[in-house]
Design a protein around this ligand. Structure first.
Ligand code: NOJ
Length: 494
């Protein structure tokens, strides 16, 4: 066991930085364990029971080569028909909660505010929630994981301000229909992927490439939509339903490439551009100052009469400020950040506005995903940074996980969760960071967006060749089950 080795080295008088010093300590009762999925990645039934088309249905069908092996989510894990089996798996794991998402186009196929609610669509989620509650599993719902109704994309997608009201109507519908049982709501999942991916670098549907303009416009509307959904809950539902609302933000950790002030600033700037882009508005009301300053200045030099980064009015700042009951973090990996010469001033784009050299250490363990290296210590650092930067909020880890290409003996996934959780434990016990939830990504192998089924994150394997989509537990499912049951990462805890 690693900790025995550490003890031995310690007794020999050796001291050095280790990654798993907390490995044999017990998680406090305040920490809950869960697991996550999202609608397009698992549900299938893309056109059943009145569901409308969304932007992922659309791009997969119209432009199949956009996805590895030309696959799509038409059937995916078929959870629309197999949700009871999914809940049985969750029950067997012993999770406290299940984080899943709802398909807007299944619930409101017409997309726009005021259009009819699809009863069969809402019934699916009511049945899922009921099944969870019956099995003692808390439902934790994300309203939007990247699957915009196609009709709203035809109206311009997220840069169109009218989407704020359309989203608000959708959010209110969910509170009305499901709020009796759902007590944790998340409006958006990883807005940077929606906006930079969808409208900036084109790596996500709808696949536009207008970085430095459309990604900022998208984010501006999305933040206002989030704030409106939060206020609707506050004003119309909170007193009766007694739940909470947040937004899920992803970031990598950025480690300064050296001890120089320039590299430290480059790391902080990277965190502000990635995590602060969304978190600073919902906590403090506006974009991070470094982002405002840099985009304003570059826009002016480039001859724009107004900044490419849209401005919130004073009233909007007040309206957006404080619209979170917890900080929700999706976290997987780290990068080094290094100061670099100012890029060509004529470049218009998010990464030129950021202007940091970001790179990885080739020694960090690889996964099946090009962007994901295993860097366990970075989880401890990032939650400490969030705690310090945003005045010690309650933090939920709403996703963390490891990808491979398949197989049931997934020791590397076990090791990932063990090492990341060990660092989280240190953050909680030794640093006093207020993390109360850990969510493994993902319950089962599923449709990994443009990577199709080529990257697998599940604790359960799914046979996508078999029309019944049978699920089989991997070794990591047994490990996670044991962690949840014992609140301990190794066989014996203190
Ligand atoms: C982030 C997303 O929320 C999820 O949809 C995705 O599958 C995982 N991370 C892994 O990339």
């Amino acid at each position: 066991m690693e900790y025995k080795l550490v003890l031995l080295l310690y007794l020999c008088g050796l001291t050095f930085e280790i990654t798993n010093a907390a490995i044999n300590r017990t998680f406090p009762a305040t920490v809950k364990f869960g697991i996550a999925t999202s609608t397009y990645q698992i549900e299938g039934a893309w056109n059943e029971d009145g569901k409308g088309e969304n932007i992922w249905d659309h791009i997969c069908h119209e432009n199949p080569t956009y996805i590895v092996n030309k696959t799509n989510g038409d059937i995916a894990c078929d959870s629309y028909h197999k949700y009871k089996e999914d809940v049985a798996m969750l029950k067997d794991l012993g999770v406290d909660f299940y984080r899943f998402s709802i398909s807007w186009s299944r619930v409101i196929p017409g997309g726009i505010a005021g259009s009819p609610v699809n009863q069969l669509g809402i019934d699916y989620y009511k049945n899922l929630v009921q099944e969870l509650v019956n099995n003692g599993i808390e439902p934790m719902v994300t309203m939007y994981v990247w699957d915009l109704p196609e009709i709203l994309q035809d109206l311009g997608g997220w840069p169109n301000p009218e989407l704020i009201d359309h989203f608000a109507y959708y959010a209110r519908t969910l509170y009305e229909e499901l709020g009796d049982s759902v007590k944790h709501w998340m409006t958006f999942n990883e807005p940077k992927q929606t906006c930079l991916g969808g409208y900036g670098d084109g790596n996500m549907a709808p696949g536009y490439t207008a970085s430095g303009i459309a990604d900022y416009q998208c984010s501006h509307m999305l933040l206002k939509a989030h704030a409106k959904a939060y206020h609707i809950y506050d004003e119309e539902f909170r007193a009766e339903q007694q739940g909470s609302v947040g937004i899920v933000i992803d970031t990598a950790w950025f480690e300064p490439a050296s001890g120089s002030d320039e590299d430290k600033e480059a790391a902080e700037r990277s965190l502000q551009f990635m995590f602060g882009w969304y978190t600073n508005p919902v906590v403090n009301g506006n974009y991070p100052q470094v982002m405002i300053d840099r985009v304003d200045e570059r826009s002016a030099t480039q001859g724009y009469a107004v900044s490419r980064l849209p401005k919130f009015t004073d009233e909007e700042i007040e309206y957006i400020k404080g619209t979170h009951d917890f900080v929700a973090l999706n976290f997987y990996t780290a990068n080094y950040a290094q100061w670099m010469e100012e890029s060509d001033i004529n470049d218009v784009g998010y990464y030129s506005d950021l202007n940091v050299n970001q790179f990885i250490d080739e020694d960090w363990e690889e996964s099946a995903s090009s962007w994901l290296r295993v860097v366990p210590w970075s989880l401890r650092k990032v939650v400490n940074w969030i705690s310090k930067t945003y005045d010690n909020p309650e933090i939920f880890i709403t996703e963390s996980g490891f990808s491979d290409t398949g197989g049931l003996e997934d020791d590397r996934r076990i090791n990932y969760h063990k090492e990341y959780l060990s660092n989280l434990l240190e953050a909680i016990l030794d640093d006093g960071v207020n993390v109360t939830r850990y969510t493994a990504w993902s319950l089962m192998d599923n449709f990994e967006w443009t990577r199709g089924y080529s990257e697998r994150f599940g604790l359960y394997s799914v046979d996508f060749e078999d029309p019944d989509r049978p699920r089989t537990p991997k070794a990591s499912a047994a490990y996670y089950k044991q962690v949840i049951a014992t609140r301990c990462l190794v066989d014996v805890c203190e």
